[in-house]
Design a protein around this ligand. Structure first.
Ligand SMILES: C[S@@+](CC[C@H](N)C(=O)[O-])C[C@H]1O[C@@H](n2cnc3c(N)ncnc32)[C@H](O)[C@@H]1O
Length: 316
């Protein structure tokens, strides 16, 4: 019985046991949506505006992003907003130089024109934007005049095209990363991630790494997506799957979704040493019912069962 699981993912998981056939079937792209400059711009404006709303001030000199996916676009937004250093850490090298340069050019125009943000999704931050749907109170004209100077944009371009020659401004993409020492301890001012922490296999070690990288007083902003990523019929249907079926669907893939609920993220974050500044949950009632839960989720709280999204800000 496949039950809540969709057939496609189970078949895909089974295929991973037959590498000769598996290699012939291309896996659906898993690098998210960051080939789109519009998407990256919306993600960055959201994290930046939410951070400002909850007390973050100034321009972070160094930004780290977990799981940038198909481009460094979110980090490039950070550089175009005044940061000098960006490091993206992924487990798969999804991106390439040509794509990053293209996204940079599109983003530079958006910041120059203060293009209205079109993302009205959750968490709802558009009410914090000005009448032109731009966070003018955060990205002031003075700040953007300096950060978008032709010299800086040329340096960002150089940082992407020739990373080994980059000095004042750097943009690095480290994939795969496994060892937290890949980033020097206490060197990062801001860490962001968008739809990544639900995929991370070793969550405790990852929250500890984030803590290690951040400077004392540094901030982080994460959005976690607890929906099924197309694996099951209901958005939280994976909580109805037996461990055997889940293992079959995973096959030999290195990761899928870790299924850890929001309470686990919040606990691990605190255990790593972070101070929680703000969090919000997107709760919905249209998922699987409690009676359908697999034994391992039988004691899950109502909040954990019904939460399809977590947005969290924390400091070190
Ligand atoms: C759904 S994509 C999101 C990509 C991008 N942040 C976006 O918003 O489109 C998830 C990303 O997380 C990455 N990922 C999975 N496990 C990771 C880990 N332990 N550390 C860093 N990145 C990870 C994947 O390779 C992929 O790029």
């Amino acid at each position: 019985m496949v039950g809540e699981l969709r057939l496609g993912p189970v078949a895909r998981g089974l295929l991973t046991y037959f590498p000769a056939i598996n290699d012939l079937v291309p896996e659906k792209a898993a690098g998210g949506a960051t080939t789109s400059a519009t998407y990256c711009y919306g993600v960055w404006l959201k994290h930046l505006t939410m951070l400002h709303e909850h007390g973050f001030r100034g321009t972070p000199a160094t930004i780290a992003e977990l799981g940038p996916g198909d481009s460094m676009g979110v980090g490039l937004c950070g550089l175009l907003s005044g940061a000098d250093h960006y490091v993206g850490l992924d487990v798969i090298a999804h991106t390439n130089t040509a794509r990053n340069l293209k996204v940079l050019d599109e983003l530079a125009l958006k910041f120059r024109d203060r293009t209205p943000n079109v993302d009205k999704g959750w968490p709802y931050f558009h009410t914090l934007l000005d009448e032109r749907a731009f966070p003018r109170h955060v990205l002031t004209n003075e700040r953007l005049d300096a950060s978008l100077s032709p010299g800086r944009i040329a340096s960002i371009r150089q940082a992407i095209a020739s990373p080994s020659l980059a000095r004042d401004i750097t943009a690095e993409y480290k994939a795969p990363w496994f060892d937290p020492r890949i980033v020097e301890a206490d060197t990062v001012d801001l860490i962001v991630s968008q739809s990544v922490l639900e995929h991370v296999v070793d969550l405790p070690a990852t929250y500890q790494a984030l803590y290690q990288w951040l400077k004392p007083g540094g901030w982080m902003s994460h959005q976690v997506d607890f929906k099924c990523h197309g694996l099951t019929k209901s958005w939280n249907g994976y909580r109805a799957c037996s461990e055997g079926m889940w293992a079959l669907a995973l096959g030999k893939r290195p990761f899928m979704i870790n299924r850890q609920p929001p309470s686990v993220h919040l606990r691990l974050l605190r255990e790593a040493g972070f101070e929680l500044v703000h969090h919000e949950k997107f709760l919905r009632q249209d998922g699987i019912r409690r009676e359908a839960l697999a034994p391992m989720w039988a004691d899950i709280s109502e909040d954990d069962l019904n939460c399809s999204g977590l947005y969290v800000i924390a400091t070190k």
